[in-house]
Design a protein around this ligand. Structure first.
Ligand SMILES: *Cc1c(COP(=O)(O)O)cnc(C)c1O
Length: 365
């Protein structure tokens, strides 16, 4: 069975770099907020966001929370995001103390629909969080045309290395949240995240908030939390960062093989929008009969997953979020989409097998 992902392969492919990174930290005697983390923040901001500042934090969820808190968002404020996302986006908004409000996505690619966003805004809206879903940037320019001066926090957890009209994901919002969860395009050997911003003061505020609001030892200026990227993860991420672009190029090459195999079948890949460089965190297709498609692909030896089988407001915990605007596109997509394996370490033979399995299943689905 070809697995949806196999995280061991990325380690095996670069064992000496991983071992050197782990040993360097173990022997340094400094494990939290040290030289590896600082070096990674600078390298990451430059390589992935094209400049600006980054603050390492403990997860992508924390990155969303701390980005919002740095903006002063809190209780009584509303933050709008899209209904077709994973729950961490919502959890980060809630952890900031704010109330999440959902808008719909556009049907071609599943990214934020600016018209629906317009309807979801209220006088209490203090931030908007577009998600660069599956590795493709939301149209931040169209979102900004609607939000005006309301700050945008990009959710870049699936989009390390993606671009919109030549600008990198993470460079367009007032702040941006990244996750280094192991399956992400840039992932560690555990949890991690970062907040990026062009605004040095906002980045500095995140650095305060991530360590209990402490400016210098035992001097606390704000009410913060404990959310830090530890030195081991930072060292591993530094070892992996130079290979992000190559990994993304491999993902795009795999996507091209799937595109060619699926052309003219009932399985339609989500649209590749103009002016985007796709990072292909996920390769998502729409099929008329998902259960039959998944069963046929699995019989041919390939694991598939669904991202995501229900929109946010269809989870028992979040039914009350579906009230402000219609979320019909998110609901329809959730019933039709399915993801094929697309990690860089897939062999060419596996890619061919996945493409053939999907094409034949789409013929029968
Ligand atoms: C992974 C992910 C997150 C959260 O990241 P964690 O590091 O798991 O907290 C947030 N938003 C999106 C879209 C994600 O894919």
């Amino acid at each position: 069975m070809i697995p949806f992902n196999d995280l061991r392969r990325a380690v095996a492919a670069r064992r000496p770099e991983h071992e050197a990174a782990l040993a360097r930290v173990a022997e340094s005697g400094w494990y939290v907020l040290g030289p590896e983390g600082r070096a990674f923040e600078d390298e990451f901001a430059m390589a992935v966001c094209g400049g600006g500042h980054a603050a390492g934090v403990a997860s992508g969820t924390d990155a969303i929370e701390l980005a919002l808190r740095a903006l002063g968002v809190g209780p009584g404020d509303e933050v709008v995001t899209q209904a077709n996302t994973c729950i961490p986006t919502i959890a980060g908004i809630e952890r900031a103390g704010a109330t999440p409000v959902l808008c719909d996505v556009e049907p071609a690619a599943g990214t934020m629909d600016p018209d629906s966003l317009q309807g979801a805004l209220s006088p209490r809206t203090r931030a908007v969080v577009p998600v660069h879903l599956y590795g493709q940037c939301a149209d931040v320019d169209a979102v900004r045309a609607v939000t005006g001066t309301i700050p945008i926090v990009e959710d870049c957890a699936q989009a390390h290395g993606a671009r919109l009209r030549s600008r990198p994901a993470g460079s367009m919002g007032t702040l941006a949240a990244f996750s280094f969860y192991p399956t992400k395009n840039l992932g560690g050997l555990g949890d991690g995240g970062a907040v990026a911003s062009r605004d040095a003061e906002l980045a500095e505020r995140v650095r305060l908030l991530r360590i209990y609001g402490q400016a210098e030892r035992y001097v606390h200026l704000e009410h913060g939390i404990n959310s830090r990227l530890d030195e081991l993860q930072a060292a591993v991420l530094r070892a992996r960062l130079p290979h992000l672009e190559g990994g993304n190029a491999r993902r795009r090459a795999i996507a091209a093989v799937y595109d060619a195999a699926l052309a003219g079948t009932a399985a339609q890949p989500l649209a590749r929008l103009d002016g985007r460089v796709h990072a292909f965190h996920l390769y998502v297709v729409r099929v008329p009969d998902r259960d039959a498609f998944q069963a046929a692909v699995e019989t041919a030896g390939v694991q598939t997953l669904v991202h995501y089988p229900r929109p946010v407001h269809r989870h028992p915990a979040y039914t009350s979020l579906g009230e402000r605007v219609p979320l019909t596109v998110s609901e329809r997509l959730a019933g039709e989409i399915v993801s094929l394996p697309i990690f860089p370490e897939l062999t060419d033979a596996e890619v061919e097998q996945i493409a053939a399995a999907a094409a034949s299943a789409a013929g029968s689905a």
